[in-house]
Design a protein around this ligand. Structure first.
Ligand code: PLP
Length: 439
């Protein structure tokens, strides 16, 4: 397989211009300069083709430029682009009804829409405070919830996200996330998830946060940015019991794990637990800016004027969202479940050939491959992981890192097995080259 030296000539020119005008705060890992995309394939400005195992960051759920999404956007653009949220429009209502019908709880749902994941989290925090009349929260180490000052108070992934931005919203206490591969707490129980919930009750709620002051626990069902970490099965049922015992709301941040990515509408459904508020964004409109919360009707008692925005319910985003939900509900979610399992099986075989792979994990098409210096120590092989990302890019595969030393696989939900095979072949060559120190 020929290996071009990327980025190519045109891409380099654009990158030089980018460096002069775009905020340097974005993290860019390698120099992919998008020209166009179709389905699970993308092309850069020099005409090089790549298989897309990133889908933005789990955003292009229906693939790049799905014709039905594009058509919905075009049709709406011809009608109107915006109307103030002081007024009404049908597509906002239709989309919200459709989204509410997917809610992972029995009670009727109410929807609040914004433009991003971090705004969804802000809305959830505010609603939890407003409804409960309590001020305190519990969040988890390793979590990522966004970068506005409320959401950032929960984000606990790396100091760089916080350095220079303190103080954040107060009232957030962090506890360990139940990562069974890297447990922080020692556990005598069979289920490490239950150990973590015991810790929350016996330490956090007994020594730091008075339970009667705790508005909510905010948690990602599967930690995305933190490494695509799947908690043990006992975790969510025990967490729900704890919340019920103390009247604490359970907010699940499904910005990355939701909208069919794990083979169900919402990842929390894998554990049969009903949350109180769901945060969503990313894949919900196939790439158009849209996010929001799905809350139990009985919680949304905030009055007119208490929360709102200019762009909430944007008609183009809602049109794209409606088309997206139709596509995901009519086949793509099923594909995510089936192709996800196929991918996990294939990765387990690759793991046998590569001792640097410590663990392969995931649900549906939210998969993590964790690289270690050796399987005994489990020390993270961060530099190796970074070399693999670069090698894969050079050979025509877009992947992203997450956690200390994990590669995430989060392609469009309609990716074919053929493209998975082709992508995994490139990935394995990249792993071999990186293990041998070739570049
Ligand atoms: N929550 C989770 C779980 C996320 O993964 C992200 C983004 O990666 C966010 C919130 C923030 O979303 P946004 O970047 O749209 O603000």
């Amino acid at each position: 397989m020929d290996k071009p030296s990327l980025p190519g000539h045109k891409a380099r020119e654009y990158i030089d211009r980018d460096r002069k005008v775009i905020s340097p705060s974005y993290s860019r890992f390698y120099g992919f300069m998008m020209d166009h995309g179709l389905g699970s394939e993308v092309w850069d400005v020099d005409g090089n083709r790549f298989i897309d195992f990133a889908a933005g960051i789990a955003v292009c759920s229906t693939g790049h430029s799905h014709p039905k999404v594009v058509e919905a956007v075009k049709q709406q653009a011809d009608r109107f682009l915006h109307i103030s949220s002081d007024f009404y429009h049908p597509i906002w209502i239709e989309f919200s009804e459709r989204l509410a019908s997917t809610a992972p709880f029995k009670e009727p749902a109410r929807i609040f829409l914004g433009n991003s994941g971090t705004e969804a989290v802000e809305a959830a925090i505010k609603l939890a405070r407003y409804h409960s009349g309590r001020q305190q929260f519990i969040g988890f180490y390793g979590s990522f919830h966004g970068r506005t000052l409320g959401a950032l108070a929960f984000t606990a992934r790396k100091p760089a996200y916080r350095h220079g931005f303190l103080p954040l919203m107060n009232g957030v206490t962090h506890v360990p996330f139940p990562d069974p591969y890297r447990p922080i707490l020692s556990s005598n129980d069979n289920d490490y998830g239950e150990t973590v919930v015991d810790f929350i009750e016996q330490v956090a709620l007994s020594k730091v946060v008075p339970p009667e002051d705790c508005a909510a626990i905010l948690v990602e069902p599967i930690q995305g940015e933190g490494g695509n970490v799947v908690p043990p099965d006992g975790f969510f049922p025990a967490l729900r019991r704890l919340c019920d015992k103390h009247g604490i709301l359970l907010i699940v941040d499904e910005v990355q794990s939701g909208v069919g990515r794990t083979g169900k509408w919402w990842a929390i459904e894998h554990w049969g637990v009903e949350p109180d508020i769901v945060c969503t964004a990313k894949g919900i409109a196939s790439g158009l800016p849209l996010g929001g919360i799905i809350a139990r009707e009985s919680l949304m008692n905030w009055p007119s004027g208490s929360h709102g925005n200019t762009f909430g319910g944007n008609p183009i985003s809602c049109s794209a969202g409606l088309a997206t939900l139709d596509l995901i509900g009519n086949g793509m979610m099923q594909n995510a479940a089936e192709v996800g399992e196929y991918t996990l099986d294939a990765l387990s075989e690759i793991q046998v050939r590569h001792p640097s792979i410590g663990q392969v994990r995931g649900k549906g098409l939210m998969i993590g491959i964790e690289f270690v210096k050796d399987r005994q120590s489990r020390n993270p092989a961060s530099a190796l992981r970074d070399r693999i990302l670069e090698q894969a890019f050079q050979r025509g595969l877009l992947t992203l890192g997450c956690g200390e030393s994990t590669i995430r696989i989060s392609p469009p939900l309609n990716i074919s097995r053929d493209l998975i095979d082709e992508g995994l072949e490139i990935l394995e060559i990249a792993i071999s080259d990186a293990e041998e120190g070739l570049d």
